[in-house]
Design a protein around this ligand. Structure first.
Ligand code: GLP
Length: 260
């Protein structure tokens, strides 16, 4: 795993965006795994900026989002459909039919989840999966206790996640209790992972995910099992890392070196 510590949120976002651009430069028809939450916003803004400046083209890209709240229609302002459209999709040239987001309103969740997994496979698998991290260490909506080989399924949100996400809703009671989410196993199948985290509220989760034991209690720790994972954090989110100096040393020595 590569750990990149950037000065601030802006630098973290730019580094993550560059990684996406690098993937698209080598594979213009790449399949991207998209994440929501406030953390990847800067990364999406940077990608939009690069697109508008003519530095990147999304016309052959396919996307799969990690998750969606159950019960929120696509036009609900807190749905991840809405989030993605507002912050990314409406600003770039990804063909509408290449955009895949779990349905929060299907009448048959098990069938939908199976279909979603099959669709990812049909598209050749995910080349680069973008990830954020919950304060309890979850990725997507894989709450503590989720099997590390789980696939796309319905998941009940933890109290911590409901509390964290309540800031986006008018009332805590409005936060959906269920979500449809790619599993940890689905995420680990992506060819490359990039996890972004910013701010001191993420320091503990990042320390557990990067340096703690691999455990279903911190599903982000599963990325330690991945052969090509990059964690990009700002200084505050890196605060709990005991090997921080080493990561900085590796990164400083890296420029022309091939990725390991
Ligand atoms: C939700 C999403 C995750 C995201 C997390 C953190 O739980 N399902 O994908 O990583 O929120 O969000 P934020 O970046 O707003 O802290």
């Amino acid at each position: 795993m590569e750990v990149v510590i950037k000065r601030d949120y802006d630098q973290m976002s730019k580094a993550a965006a560059q990684l996406v651009v690098d993937v698209l430069n080598t594979k213009p028809n790449a399949v991207l795994g998209m994440a929501t939450g406030s953390t990847p916003l800067g990364l999406y803004q940077e990608l939009v900026r690069l697109y508008k400046a003519g530095h990147v083209d999304f016309s052959r890209v396919t996307t799969f989002n990690l998750d969606e709240y159950v019960g929120l229609p696509a036009n609900h302002p807190q749905s991840y459909h809405y989030f993605m459209r507002e912050h990314f999709f409406q600003h770039v040239n990804i063909p509408q039919h290449n955009i895949n987001i779990p349905s929060g309103t299907t009448s048959n969740y098990p069938a939908f989840c199976q279909w979603y997994e099959g669709r990812i496979a049909e598209c050749g698998g995910i080349d680069l999966q973008i990830l954020g991290i919950g304060s309890d260490g979850h990725i997507a909506f894989n709450e503590p206790g989720s099997s590390l080989s789980s696939r796309t399924r319905l998941k009940t949100l933890s109290k911590q996640t409901i509390d964290d996400n309540a800031r986006f809703f008018e009332r805590r009671e409005s936060v959906p209790v269920y979500a449809i989410t790619m599993g940890v196993g689905t995420i680990l199948d992506a060819r490359r992972l990039v996890l972004v985290a910013s701010g001191k509220t993420k320091a503990k989760a990042i320390a557990h995910a990067v340096e703690g034991p691999v455990t279903s209690m911190v599903t982000a720790s599963a990325i330690q099992l991945h052969r090509d994972a990059t964690v990009i954090v700002d200084g505050e989110a890196a605060a709990g890392l005991t090997m921080r100096e080493y990561y900085e040393f590796i990164y400083a020595a890296k420029p022309a070196a091939p990725r390991a």
